[in-house]
Design a protein around this ligand. Structure first.
Ligand SMILES: [Zn+2]
Length: 68
């Protein structure tokens, strides 16, 4: 994906503001707390796949119903 990451993220563990350039959270030391973009993209991709599946299912259902 070519979308730019947000300039500032939030640590999921302690809630401290963390920039994406930082490897670790300055407050609790969690590794790459701001690098959560891939998980979000993965989740939205799964939703997209599910929507595609439902759309194809409805299309097949409509085709079978129209053929009768
Ligand atoms: Zn933290």
């Amino acid at each position: 994906m070519t979308t730019r990451p947000e300039p500032n993220g939030e640590c999921p563990l302690c809630g401290a503001a963390v920039t994406v350039e930082e490897e670790r959270c300055p407050s609790c030391g969690l590794a790459r707390p701001a690098a959560r973009g891939s998980a979000v993209v993965c989740r939205s991709g799964l939703w997209f796949l599910a929507l595609m599946f439902v759309a194809i299912y409805a299309l097949v259902l409509a085709t079978v119903a129209a053929a009768r």
